[in-house]
Design a protein around this ligand. Structure first.
Ligand SMILES: Nc1ncnc2c1ncn2[C@@H]1O[C@H](COP(=O)(O)OP(=O)(O)OP(=O)(O)O)[C@@H](O)[C@H]1O
Ligand SMILES: [Mg+2]
Length: 238
């Protein structure tokens, strides 16, 4: 199958005062269409930096990044933003919903940016909310929804543009274990039924084990990249 994400020796150096912080130091990862991948590793190992780069939120210092075959590593500004809005769906730990907008309005937002007509926006937002089991909560404000429901609105928003990949940075970090499990079930259903490619950052093995593959970062390097069943077996015998 073709690679949706293909990074080659990706490097990211942040300049802080007079000091260089090497956040990523030569990361080469390929994610094929339809894969589900968990990104793990200790705090500061480069997980979010990696997600920001593959999500076209930031540019690498060096190295190449091909998104669906297109070299996007040298794009910046509006060009990068355009690729991002067409190809990437983001889900964050803190949901990042507009508090004064209804669930439906939140989900419509990415379509507003890409100039989809009003009527079609409504329909697509409704169908995305139905897909995450919130067809009956379209007019609720975020404050009128549970944490798990708010994250499902965020997932509907990520889906509505039919992106090449969904990137989620600690999507269950603010949820209890029951809601976390619901969210992972939803991600895996989207992966199974729609062939949606999914990359999820998590600190928890229980969450990572829902995915098929675990990529582990340490000090800006990938130190392990294996099927999650193998990682779980190795932990069990450790
Ligand atoms: N904007 C920035 N400016 C300077 N240094 C940064 C910046 N963002 C991240 N870093 C540094 O880069 C390294 C990697 O950070 P990153 O946020 O990618 O880690 P992480 O694996 O996501 O950690 P966590 O699990 O705590 O979220 C860290 O040493 C961090 O201090
Ligand atoms: Mg992080």
């Amino acid at each position: 199958m073709s690679a949706v994400i293909d990074t080659r020796k990706l490097r990211k150096v942040y300049r802080v005062g007079a000091e260089d912080v090497v956040a990523l130091d030569g990361v080469s990862v390929r994610v094929r269409s339809g894969e589900s991948v968990a990104v793990m590793g200790p705090s500061g190992s480069g997980k979010s930096t990696f997600m920001n780069l593959i999500g076209c939120l930031d540019q690498p210092t060096s190295g190449a990044y091909f998104l669906e075959g297109q070299d996007v590593s040298h794009l910046h500004g509006d060009k990068l933003a355009e690729v991002r809005s067409r190809k990437i769906g983001f889900v964050f730990q803190g949901f990042n919903l507009l508090s004064r907008s209804s669930a439906a309005e939140n989900v419509e937002l990415p379509l507003t940016y890409s100039g989809v007509p009003h009527e079609e926006r409504r329909e697509r937002a409704a169908s995305a909310l139905k897909a995450v089991g919130l067809g009956h909560r379209m007019n609720h404000l975020p404050s009128e929804l549970s944490g798990g429901q708010q994250q499902r609105v965020a997932i509907a928003r990520a889906l509505v543009n039919d992106p090449a990949v969904i990137l989620a940075d600690e999507p269950t970090g603010n949820l209890d274990s029951h809601s976390s499990e619901e969210i992972m079930r939803l991600f895996l259903r989207l992966n199974d039924e729609r062939g949606m490619t999914i990359v999820i950052v998590t600190h928890e093995h229980d969450i990572a084990n829902w995915t098929a593959r675990i990529v582990t970062f340490l000090d800006g390097h990938v130190v392990d990249d294996r099927p999650s069943a193998q990682v779980a077996a190795a932990r069990g015998s450790a």
